[in-house]
Write a protein that binds this ligand. Structure first.
Ligand SMILES: Cc1ncc(COP(=O)(O)O)c(C=O)c1O
Length: 404
């Protein structure tokens, strides 16, 4: 089918929940994606932080192929070997003792919310069900996770929302302290806000939250759906702050592009889940967890964390140079390979211009260009993207100059 027909059928048959760019990707390899017309793009978006290993990593592809030939699905009523392997690896390389697998970030956060409530009820008694979350946060699109999300634009039209969430400003310890009362059971936040505009909190913020949670006997839950699995240069973002959460959620890149979600839990808290308390038909299925084992090993064994740290620093320094040149750039920020360039104007047109030039980038919160390239991106690829961005910016600065 040709491009025009596919786009027409998409409009006709798909629920209109997305505004799509006029591009039909058909193939990917490493940092590159090709569309139906054979045009090549360098991916600085990674399918929204999913393809951290790059597209179609050979070890992930081989794991999926081998597993698909053996067994695709039975049920969590039986023992599933790759699920056990992935859980063991996640516990080995994190603070966690137990893992619950599901299929998405929202579902992982749902699990965390449910477990926090159940644990608080059993451990502390009383009416402890409230969870403090952050303004500008993003935790998913199910009813509970969009309520946890501290942005009213995602909640409009869905009332009544789920009771039991309280919002405070991000990066503000006193606000959390003041919000805690006898109903509070947990604090849930992203260590770096992604959707909210690539916001990195002040050093010591997570440590401060850990201390408050310990003092008040409430749980600290980190949503690392976007920043986990190496995105910040460490396997998990909390590692930068020298603290450990009580629970942590993962999804996106955990299985190298195959849908998956995971809730990582400390032993003491995990005990509040007993058989029948929580479940997911596809959670931890053969394909996703076989891919996850291959993906996690590749991140650790192929120097991706080191590359992320090195290229991330280089990339941020380049974005700062761009900021110095153009007065409509507010700030360059981020950590590792989750980077943002905040503009003083709308960024949607810039994303479209970059697409024409063969670069996939993203814009969030209307004005923040967000860069989430695969962890294997090179300095040369960053240079190419920055050059194209400067070209687009020069055109904005001098719109009559046709030869920037
Ligand atoms: C921090 C964070 N949490 C949760 C989610 C929801 O994940 P999913 O779309 O897999 O449900 C996202 C998605 O962008 C996210 O960035």
């Amino acid at each position: 089918m040709d491009v025009q027909t596919l786009m027409m059928l998409s409009e006709q048959y798909l629920a209109h929940t997305y505004n799509r760019f006029p591009m039909i990707p058909v193939r990917g390899k490493g940092t590159r994606v090709w569309d139906m017309d054979g045009k090549e793009y360098i991916d600085f978006f990674s399918g929204l932080a999913v393809c951290n290993l790059g597209h179609c990593h050979p070890k992930v592809v081989a794991a999926i192929q081998a597993q698909a030939e053996k067994l695709i699905h039975v049920s969590n009523l039986y023992y599933i070997e790759p699920q056990i392997q992935l859980a063991s690896l996640l516990c080995k390389y994190s603070f966690a003792d137990k893992v619950f697998f599901c299929n998405s970030g929202a579902e992982a956060n749902e699990g965390a919310i449910k477990l926090a409530r159940k644990y608080a009820k059993e451990k502390r008694g009383g009416d402890r069900y409230e969870i403090i979350t952050m303004e500008r946060s993003f935790h998913g699109r199910t009813l509970a996770t969009l309520t946890a999300t501290g942005q009213t634009k995602y909640q409009k039209g869905y009332a009544p929302l789920v009771p039991g969430f309280k919002y405070v400003p991000f990066d503000h310890l006193d606000a959390v302290r003041e919000a805690i009362d006898s109903k509070t059971c947990a604090v849930l936040l992203e260590p770096i806000q992604g959707e909210g505009g690539v916001r990195v909190p002040t050093e010591g913020y997570l440590k401060g939250l850990r201390e408050i949670c310990d003092e008040k006997g409430i749980l600290l839950i980190l949503d690392e759906v976007q920043v986990g699995m190496g995105r910040t240069g460490r396997l998990f973002a909390y590692e930068h702050e020298g603290i450990e959460p009580d629970m942590l959620t993962l999804a996106k890149s955990l299985a190298g592009g195959v849908p998956i979600g995971a809730l990582l839990i400390k032993e003491e808290i995990a005990k509040a889940f007993q058989p029948g308390d929580h479940a997911s038909t596809f959670g931890g299925n053969f394909l996703a967890t076989a891919a996850g084992v291959a993906a996690l090993k590749a991140i650790l064994e192929e120097g991706m964390l080191e590359n992320c740290q090195r290229v991330g620093k280089y990339f941020l320094s380049k974005l700062r140079t761009v900021q110095e040149q153009f007065p409509f750039v507010q700030e360059a920020r981020g950590r590792g390979l989750i980077l943002g360039l905040e503009l003083k104007m709308d960024g949607a047109e810039i994303v479209k211009e970059m697409l024409k030039r063969g670069f996939l980038i993203n814009c969030t919160m209307d004005r923040v260009l967000r860069f989430l390239p695969p962890l294997i991106i090179t300095e040369e690829e960053v240079d190419g993207m920055i050059e194209a961005l400067e070209e687009v910016f020069k055109k904005i600065q001098s719109p009559n100059n046709n030869n920037p």
